[in-house]
Design a protein around this ligand. Structure first.
Ligand code: APR
Ligand code: PHB
Length: 394
């Protein structure tokens, strides 16, 4: 087999890149280790920045999002049994975010790819990149017991944190930066009306909690839990009780509970690899970086990498601008590090780090009090939350 751009991974990064490239006449093939149903069964993020919304529009996959997505022009911070609204639109000159689940984005992208006849090979085992530093890179993979070779010009590594792309770069050619947090998030999805029209990020002595949603009838809630916690030890009832204890009383009183559709624990991690390219391989999205979910930046960063690589490849194929290739990593990393900072900072501000109420706790309290009583403080949160501008390649 032969293509121009071989894409590893059919998550949001790989599918969005494929869709954008196909619309520009750039041939691409996606190889995905799992089945399409498996990819769609994962419950992930749900807040899209304006930049990602615009990119989905450019990719022509905005019809259902326009119908069903929920534009949000504010979020709330809860602490000390009270709530403070961050007026996203008012503080950023009108910018907003869109609440629309990653699962739905993925489904829309899969349908669009099918409609244009793009090739996605699901259940492709043992994908391996070869000769990445030459002008004739290729991938091999196993499908139905046969080894297949895919020749290409470039490889986009969109295969997430545990994928093969990053691992195929020699260790002495990259540097990894990592911070592991001593807790995880236990998430619950339920067909209950969201407790509030806007997201609520809550700091509490018992730990962080988040009230989010997927639609007017579907809620997504999270509570901070210790890293060694087992999801089986959390009955629905225990989850709802714990959530209520961490929310301001007026919010807890309104919370509608119901059976969980899904419950899972995710660890929190900050991770970046530098550089994000090696020969003909470009790393995109979770393959290159992870943020803790507190700022809702993971999916959005994946979209900004896709934006950069897409614009780069269009210039390469349509204008012969191979001179721009070395700029990919630098362009992406500028924005990534700022989102890493915001996600780490929001995490530090809102989570419980120790059982002792000591100096750090007082710092969190003072910082929250300061931020929420200062226009400059609120603006800092708002402009990062709605998403910093995309960087340009030149
Ligand atoms: N070969 C082929 N496919 C692979 C391989 C491999 N060796 N390893 C992983 N994959 C596939 C996974 O099965 C998955 O479908 O790559 C895909 C990667 O998708 P995601 O993990 O969703 O990563 P990405 O597309 O970059 O999405 C951005 O940011 O913060 C998160 O929630 C957000 O998951 C979202 C991500
Ligand atoms: C979610 O709805 O899953 C969600 C929302 C905001 C976050 C993290 C997750 O910061």
């Amino acid at each position: 087999m032969k293509t121009q751009v071989a894409i590893i991974g059919a998550g949001p990064s790989g599918l969005l890149l494929g869709q954008l490239l196909s619309r520009q006449g750039i041939d691409n093939v996606i190889l995905e280790r799992k089945s399409g149903e498996y990819v769609l069964s994962r419950i992930r993020a749900g807040v899209l920045e304006q930049g990602m919304v615009d990119l989905l529009r450019e990719a022509g996959v905005d019809a259902r999002m326009n119908e069903e997505g929920l534009p949000h022009d504010g979020v709330e911070l809860a602490f000390d049994n009270r709530r403070v609204r961050v007026d996203l639109a008012g503080l950023t000159g009108g910018k907003t975010v869109m609440v629309y689940g990653q699962t739905e984005v993925t489904r829309d992208l899969m349908e669009a790819r099918e409609a244009i006849g793009g090739t996605t090979i699901y259940e492709a085992d043992n994908v391996q990149p070869h000769d990445l530093e030459t002008d004739a890179p290729y991938l091999t993979f196993e499908k139905d017991g046969e080894t297949v070779r895919l020749d290409c010009d470039y490889v986009a590594g969109c295969d997430g944190f545990h994928g093969v792309s990053r691992q195929s770069i020699p260790k002495d050619r990259i540097r990894e930066f990592e911070k592991i947090y001593p807790f995880g998030w236990l998430g619950l999805l339920a067909d209950t009306p969201p407790v509030s029209d806007e997201l609520i990020y809550a700091r509490h002595e018992r730990g962080f909690a988040l009230c989010s949603m997927r639609s007017p009838t579907r809620s997504r809630y999270y509570v901070q839990v210790p890293l060694d916690e087992k999801v089986e030890e959390w009955s629905d009832e225990r989850f709802w009780d714990e959530l209520k204890r961490r929310l301001p009383e007026d919010v807890a009183a309104k919370l509608v509970t119901g059976p969980a559709l899904e419950k899972s624990i995710a660890p929190l991690r900050s991770f970046v690899v530098e550089p994000m390219q090696y020969g003909k391989l470009f790393l995109v999205g979770d393959a290159a970086h992870i943020v803790p979910p507190t700022g809702a930046k993971g999916l959005n960063l994946a979209a900004s990498d896709v934006n950069t690589l897409y614009r780069l490849l269009v210039k390469v194929y349509h204008k012969g601008r191979t001179d721009l290739i070395p700029n990919y990593s630098r362009t992406c990393l500028k924005r990534i590090w700022k989102a890493e900072r915001f996600s780490w900072w929001m995490t530090s501000l809102l989570h419980k780090f120790s059982d002792e109420e000591g100096f750090e706790t007082r710092m969190q309290q003072a910082e929250l009090d300061y931020l929420t009583s200062s226009e400059a403080g609120l603006k800092t949160i708002a402009e990062n939350y709605v998403g910093l501008p995309y960087e340009s390649l030149e």
